[in-house]
Design a protein around this ligand. Structure first.
Ligand code: SER
Length: 323
């Protein structure tokens, strides 16, 4: 029996991760949690209201639910972090510290999502190595560097089995992201289908590492299932799938929606995107525990348009998706 707690379970990654974990381990084994009170659909599933900064609340859930593994996804993303830096620090650093302390006490296994945001203006932008300059330009990035150091410390000092990935921008269809800099690469799909037009908040040449959500879920599960001896890095692994610019994404979408057009109106998120790498070297993840992505840009676009078309009402007057 492996009792699992997912924090931030209603977020962009959490919702798909919970579905997959329930398929693998059984519905009863997965406890969802988030700051908001349960929705009506939560009546069918195990959901706990949890503020990860509340150590006592966390401990009570772990004990009551006999939790053995935590996927700690609760966090404040990069753009929102710049608006609410105190909250970003509290949730991302103090929340993680509570999780790691609990992991030490109850011998739990933990997944922690780090980010490409640990890198900064002086980090090599192409083939960013696993070990390199980390000088983040955002409070979010600073919290992720701190989080990685905490993970490394708790693993080596206390033997906590914590595993982590420096996730790139995640492209998803079931739950939209909230407050990130890479959100444009998700919002563009719904806008293309519904309105035939999108105003992008980064410049067309902005190139960032990205990953489709099924690849991200598989990466997390493969990392967590890997033999502990194969996990050589306890701070966080570089991981990626594809890198593309905003303009290349637009061109790929236009292959299916020829009348789609994109305008560019860069805002404060441009500076954040500019501080991040364009292409990441994830050879350590590939060598240590066999990471391999499946979705390239064209496969992501085909699947996103198909999945989103099923989910949203296509109100655009433009021609429907070309297969
Ligand atoms: N996708 C995240 C963000 O944009 C980066 O980890 O904030």
């Amino acid at each position: 029996m492996n009792r699992i707690l997912v924090t931030g379970s209603q977020g962009q990654l959490g919702s798909d991760l919970v579905t997959t974990l329930r398929q693998i381990y059984g519905v009863e084994q997965v406890v969802e949690s988030g700051r908001s009170p349960p929705h009506s659909e939560n009546n069918f599933y195990l959901y706990k209201t949890l503020d990860v900064t509340n150590h006592q609340q966390l401990q009570t859930i772990i004990e009551q639910e006999q939790i053995q593994t935590i996927y700690h996804l609760a966090g404040v993303l990069s753009a929102k972090g710049e608006q609410y830096p105190d909250r970003c620090w509290d949730v991302n650093v103090n929340g993680l510290r509570n999780i790691l302390e609990a992991a030490k006490t109850y011998q739990l296994k933990v997944f922690f999502p780090s980010s490409i945001a640990v890198f900064g203006p002086h980090t090599p932008k192409l083939d960013t190595p696993q070990i390199t300059v980390e000088d983040p330009a955002t409070i979010y990035g600073i919290t992720k560097v701190t989080g990685e150091l905490l993970c490394h410390y708790y693993a080596h000092r206390f033997g906590v089995d914590v595993r982590s990935l420096r996730l790139p921008g995640i492209i998803s269809y079931s739950t939209p992201p909230g407050g990130g800099t890479t959100d444009f690469a998700v919002a563009i799909f719904a806008a293309a289908l519904q309105h035939g037009t999108y105003t992008c908040f980064v410049r067309p040449e902005t190139r960032l590492p990205m990953m489709y959500v099924p690849d991200a879920i598989r990466a997390i599960l493969d990392l967590m299932a890997a033999d502990p001896n194969s996990i050589k890095i306890r701070s966080s692994y570089n991981i990626t799938a594809v890198s593309f610019s905003a303009a290349e994404l637009v061109t790929e979408i236009q292959k299916h929606l020829p009348h789609f057009n994109c305008h560019y109106a860069p805002d404060f998120r441009q500076a954040i995107a500019d501080s991040w790498p364009a292409v990441i070297d994830d050879s350590r993840a590939r060598a240590d525990w066999g990471w391999k992505h499946q979705y390239d840009l064209s496969a992501i676009v085909v699947d996103m348009l198909e999945k989103l078309s099923q989910r949203i009402e296509v109100t655009s007057q433009k021609p429907a998706v070309r297969s």
